[in-house]
Design a protein around this ligand. Structure first.
Ligand code: 03F
Length: 209
């Protein structure tokens, strides 16, 4: 079975609101996937993503009705913490989590589009670099950019990446790519909706770490 198809994001309603519970259910599967990539270098990334999911979950469970959608969370925190907002709570956690999700989206889209280093067709470094430059690099100072360069050295081979996406089973590349494309439909719509929400609420910050 495919990990991607088991962990689909849900289709968004017409108003593009993102249901907090459904979102948390869907993203909660991502950290375990990072373990399948096979290098300890990725544990830093895993704990960053897990930390942000836990922070959002922690806010949600306090009052599931008040925080029913991601937009409800941002608006409630804006009311409750007018001085610090948006650099506070689940608003800040989701700000960073969405960048990781954008990274994954660009990476998968680039692979699905067949972008390749023709001299090294079994590597996905070009796809990873494209995703990093599109989603994260501008928010990273030189030290974290060095961590990225280190992580890139541990990047899985294309074939192992597909195998991880297929829960360790050898599947045909074409089948795996079809699953990636299918997964990307609702995933991309969700990530786009979160980015639009940050823009519309003026909640985006561009400091770097
Ligand atoms: C800021 C910052 N977080 C943190 O300081 C940095 C952590 C390490 C970043 C290392 C970057 C390397 C990325 C590239 C890896 C290549 C992997 C290749 C795999 C194939 C924030 O942290 C906190 O988050 C926030 O809570 C806090 O309040 O200022 C705030 C305070 O600081 C980040 O930059 C977010 C980094 C997210 C990286 C996500 C990468 C995802 C990697 C792999 C997933 C592959 C999955 C493929 C598809 C799966 C489908 C199921």
């Amino acid at each position: 079975m495919s990990l991607l198809l088991d962990n689909q994001f849900k289709e968004l309603p017409h108003d593009n609101s993102v249901d907090t519970k459904l979102f948390l259910d869907a993203v909660s599967h991502l950290p375990a996937f990072i373990d399948c990539l096979g290098s300890k270098v990725f544990s830093l990334i895993k704990s960053d993503i897990t930390g942000n999911i836990t922070k959002i979950q922690g806010v949600y469970v306090k009052d599931p009705q008040r925080y029913a959608t991601l937009q409800h969370i941002l608006e409630a925190e804006r009311d409750d913490h007018a001085k610090e907002w948006p650099k506070v709570g689940a608003t800040l956690a989701l700000m960073w989590l969405k960048r990781g999700l954008r990274f994954i989206q660009i990476l998968l889209q680039s692979i699905a589009d067949g972008e390749k280093d023709e001299n090294n067709p079994n590597l996905i470094k070009v796809n990873i670099t494209k995703a990093y430059e599109g989603a994260l690099k501008r928010y990273h100072g030189w030290l974290v950019q060095k961590i990225f360069t280190g992580a890139l050295l541990a990047a899985p081979y294309r074939s192992d990446f597909f195998k991880a996406l297929s829960k360790g089973e050898e599947v045909k590349e074409e089948e795996c790519l079809a699953n990636v494309r299918h997964f990307l439909v609702n995933f991309t719509a969700t990530v786009d909706a979160i980015y639009d929400m940050y823009t519309n609420l003026n909640a985006e910050l561009d400091y770097s770490v």
